[in-house]
Ligand binder design. Structure first.
Ligand SMILES: *Cc1c(COP(=O)(O)O)cnc(C)c1O
Length: 345
């Protein structure tokens, strides 16, 4: 079994992080702050934000059922994805294994970090075989990427297959649960105490309706979170984002309401798609989008653009020939989409 030290990039293991003024003094009893070269005017924007987001984390901990020390917050999940590479892989030497097709950022960040990316094709139902994933690994494989519910297919990856990977692979396993708020299945973030090398990603960009504020989360055991915290930029989550996140976390009923409306619309839209002569198949989904195989995805895509309606053409992606990915919108948006598709000829 590889230890955490065996998995972390050696220079990162040895790294002593930048120590900011806020790190060196973070007590609350002082009232004169002359330590950070800030401007005394223009409050509250004049002050650097809390590098460890200590007001946000207790709210997230409570909502997500994890401990504060098990939370990393970043500038979108994309920051956490990049940090996985920078903390755990050596450029030009190590490799990562990922399901295919999936979210494009895992590969882009691998390319940026000069790390070999090994895609492992899902089956026709977009399901993962743990054996195939493990067979793609060698002694330089540091990370396995799994996205569930998966983007662009929308389905949950088989729980038993994921558990098999978690039990058999002795490197880092990342499960991206960006869409788990839309699923009724128990999320893997509740399993981080059982698997010390598991990292689970969440985001406020989807169900939370806050793509603009850039708030991503990683949940993992405390030792992994400590490594992320020493590598990240000191002030990676700005004050306005932290404030907005706190506001949202104090009234999560909005999110619950949005999710239930979107799930209702998802059923309506999928039923209607199944009746369209131009739709050959709708794939099962646990997310706020679905993948549909069409008769001629490119032509339908162009036609919709002319009507001012944009969906995602996934035709050129592995296993997604002639497929469109459709995000669930508001009731009126979805109705407009259906009206346009019914007129397509
Ligand atoms: C949308 C999405 C994210 C969100 O990324 P952010 O940087 O948090 O906006 C993460 N993972 C997947 C699979 C996604 O589809």
């Amino acid at each position: 079994m590889r230890t955490l030290q065996d998995l972390v990039r050696p220079n990162i293991w040895k790294l002593s992080p930048y120590s900011s003024a806020r790190d060196e003094y973070s007590g609350h009893d002082a009232h004169v702050f002359l330590d950070a070269n800030e401007n005394p005017y223009n409050q509250p924007l004049n002050r650097y934000p809390d590098p460890l987001q200590r007001e946000v984390k207790p709210l997230i901990a409570k909502h997500k059922g994890v401990r504060e020390e098990q939370i990393f917050l970043g500038n979108g999940s994309d920051e956490a994805i990049d940090l996985v590479y920078r903390c755990f892989t050596c450029p030009g030497k190590d490799n990562v294994v990922a399901i295919e097709p999936t979210y494009g950022m895992y590969r882009v960040c691998a390319d940026i970090n000069d790390v070999e990316y090994r895609p492992v094709c899902l089956d026709e139902q977009f399901q993962m075989s743990a054996n195939k994933m493990l067979a793609a690994c060698d002694s330089d494989t540091k990370v396995i990427w799994i996205c569930s519910p998966n983007n662009p297919s929308g389905n949950l990856i088989d729980r038993e297959e994921i558990e098999r990977v978690l039990m058999s692979f002795d490197g880092i396993v990342v499960i991206d649960e960006a869409y788990s708020d839309f699923s009724k299945q128990p999320p893997f973030r509740l399993e981080i105490n059982r698997y010390p090398h598991l990292i689970v990603l969440n985001t406020m960009s989807k169900a939370w309706g806050c793509a603009a504020i850039r708030m991503g989360m990683a949940f993992a055991n405390e030792e992994i979170i400590k490594i992320f915290n020493k590598v990240k930029y000191p002030y990676n989550v700005n004050l306005l984002t932290q404030e907005k996140a706190i506001e949202l976390l104090r009234k999560p009923y909005d999110v619950e309401k949005w999710v239930s409306m979107l799930l209702e619309e998802r059923s309506r839209l999928i039923s209607a798609f199944r009746l369209l002569p131009i739709c050959k198949k709708v794939y099962p989904t646990d997310a706020n989008f679905f993948l549909a195989r069409m008769t001629d995805a490119q032509r339908i895509y162009n036609y919709l653009i002319e009507k001012g309606i944009i969906v995602r053409n996934r035709s050129r992606i592995t296993l997604c020939n002639n497929c469109l990915r459709v995000t669930i919108g508001s009731k009126t948006e979805n109705t407009q989409l259906l009206a346009a598709l019914r007129q397509f000829e």
